[in-house]
Design a protein around this ligand. Sequence first.
Ligand code: HEC
Length: 119
Amino acid sequence: MTKRRSGKLVWGLVVLLALVLWIGTARAAGDAAAGARKAVYCAYCHGLDGNPIDLGVPRLAGQPARRLLARIKALESDGNIHAAMLKALLTGNIGERELVDLAAYYAAQQARTASGAGH
Ligand code: HEC
């Protein structure tokens, strides 16, 4: 009886671990749909789909999510106007999780060449 029970317990733990790992990977990849909802904050400059109208603003659409995240972190640590603007406008609305989602969203958008300088 005890043996059976511990067997069940082990299986339960294995299933739980698998679930946690699965959710972990899904989250790490970013949720583009959630990112789309946050993208309104960035649309004024970057365009709703990451294709900006102003040539001085880099295009986010179609860039690899990893690069977008790395760039936004670099801009943050520079302490430049972008970071200051994000902090002032978005405190409480945009955290690490949202940045990952935003990167996934923009990475999934089609880059248009008609506008936006890109990088
Ligand atoms: C007020 C205008 C403005 C808003 C709003 C804005 N950005 Fe930016 N963003 C810029 C400008 C200008 C740059 C170029 C900065 C530089 O290279 O120093 C930039 C650069 C970036 C880059 C780097 C792109 C690259 O190719 O190097 C990322 C990523 C980015 N913004 C993400 C975001 C996200 C996500 C939001 C919303 C949460 C946002 N931005 C809101 C103006 C804006």
